[in-house]
Each structure stands twice: as structure tokens, then as C-alpha cells.
Design a protein around this ligand. Structure first.
Ligand code: FPP
Length: 224
């Protein structure tokens, strides 16, 4: 047994907003609104605890295939998040990045994202929006077209995560046991927790249970 204490980087697949709303006979959009409220709670908890990096999967490259009103609702929530919530993070000296192809967003959204990503801090919240793990790797490889050989360090430097450490802990809420194209390169040695609770109901108590388990996990990284 080994004490890992506090993870440096936590990544979360926030699944279950739609089912949370459907269980209450509410539109799925209400589930996404509840999901954003829980982002605030979980983010505060983790940064207060001393976690440096938090990466949240909010919208995948495949999510464009959802009904147009759900996609529009998620885009609007994202823009409101950038306008209403991110300035508070920056005031608390937490940096902010968006991982994904931001060229799909309107100009105001793109310029907010670019402006926030200039903030330098040892803590950061990364929101993956219009993100796919495979496209991230392909994008990185394409940045080396003139090279015959690329080292792991070079490939890493071309990923969205650049010089951030890999996630120590990956949590997926909502009961599904899959990775869904999230951080495919970076989670090679992450401790993975699949939790049945739907994202809007995922509590700081459940999160702390995961962190307690992580703290006593023997991480071998392929060694014995
Ligand atoms: C999955 O629920 C959740 C998402 C599509 C991503 C999470 C999105 C949010 C928390 C809101 C938007 C985020 C920001 C940063 C503004 P689902 O719809 O797949 O739920 P289901 O599996 O129950 O259908």
C-alpha cells in the first residue's frame, strides 16, 4: 500500500444529465443545467483540496449528432459558463483552457477562450468541448508532417494537455463502463472509477470516497 495523498490531475466524464432529467419527467436541458451547477461544487471542492488540474468532458466531437435543440442548449450553457463563471475562477487564480476545436464557435466565444487561456497559473480547469481523443492525437501527428520520427515528449507537447501531468484519477459518472474517446493518450496509467450516480447527483462525499481509495492505491506504472 502506498499513499498518493492528493492527485495532481483529476479528469471527469460527467455522464447522466439526460437520464437525471428524464427520471423527473423534465426536458434533458434541465439535466444539463443541473450538471453545470454540479461543476461549480465539484470544481470548488477539488481546487480547495489542493488538486492542481481538473479536466472535464463537456461535449464530444460526436455530440453534434444529438437533436439540434439539445446541441444549441449545450452551446448556450457553455457560452454562459465562459461569461458568468470563468471570471470568478480567474479571480481565484485558477487558469482556464478549452480542449477541442474551437473554430466551430462564434467569434465572441472564441475570443473569450483565447483571452482566458493567456492566464498563467499552477492551477487550471480544462473544459473539453468539441473534443475527441482520436482527433487530438491525429492533430498532434499532423503537426509533425515533416519529421520522420517523433519522440513521446514531442507528441505530448502537441496534445492539448501539453506539459500538464497525465490524469492520476479518471472518474466516469452515469453507470457506463467506457472511455468514450476521452484523453486516450493521457489515461494510460490513470486510476479509473466508474460510478453509477448520475452527474447532477454526484456528491463531494462520493468524490472524497474515490480520493480516499486513490490515496491507498498501489500505482505501479508497469513495474512490480
Ligand atoms: C452527459 O449527459 C453530459 C454531457 C453531454 C456533458 C456534460 C455537460 C454539462 C455538465 C453541461 C455543459 C457543460 C458546460 C461546461 C457548460 P448525457 O446527456 O449524455 O446524459 P445521459 O447519458 O443520461 O443521456
Amino acid at each position: 500500500m502506498k499513499s498518493n495523498a492528493i492527485p495532481k490531475h483529476v479528469a471527469i466524464i460527467m455522464d447522466g444529465n439526460g437520464r437525471w432529467a428524464e427520471k423527473r419527467s423534465l426536458p434533458r436541458s434541465v439535466g444539463h443545467i443541473a450538471g453545470v451547477k454540479n461543476i461549480d461544487i465539484i470544481t470548488d471542492y477539488l481546487f480547495n483540496l489542493g488538486v492542481n488540474t481538473l479536466t472535464l468532458f463537456a461535449f464530444s466531437t460526436e455530440n453534434w449528432n444529438r437533436p439540434i435543440n439539445e446541441v444549441d442548449g449545450l452551446l448556450l450553457l457553455f457560452k454562459n459558463y465562459l461569461i458568468e463563471k470563468v471570471p470568478d475562477l480567474i479571480k481565484k487564480n485558477i487558469g482556464f483552457n478549452v480542449f477541442g476545436d474551437i473554430s466551430f464557435f462564434d467569434e465572441e466565444t472564441q475570443s473569450l477562450i483565447q483571452q482566458y487561456s493567456l492566464v498563467n497559473s499552477d492551477k487550471c480547469l480544462n473544459i473539453c468541448f468539441n473534443y475527441g481523443g482520436r482527433s487530438e492525437i491525429i492533430r498532434a501527428i499532423n503537426s509533425f508532417v515533416d519529421k520522420s520520427c517523433v519522440s513521446e515528449a514531442e507528441l505530448r507537447s502537441a496534445l492539448y494537455t501539453k506539459n500538464l501531468p497525465d490524469p492520476d484519477v479518471l472518474i466516469r459518472t452515469g453507470g457506463e463502463h467506457r472511455i468514450s474517446n476521452f484523453l486516450l493518450f493521457q489515461i494510460a496509467y490513470s486510476e479509473i472509477y466508474f460510478i453509477d450516480t448520475l452527474w447532477p447527483d454526484f456528491s463531494t462525499d462520493e468524490l472524497q470516497n474515490i480520493l480516499n481509495d486513490y490515496a491507498i492505491t498501489d500505482r505501479r506504472f508497469g513495474k512490480i
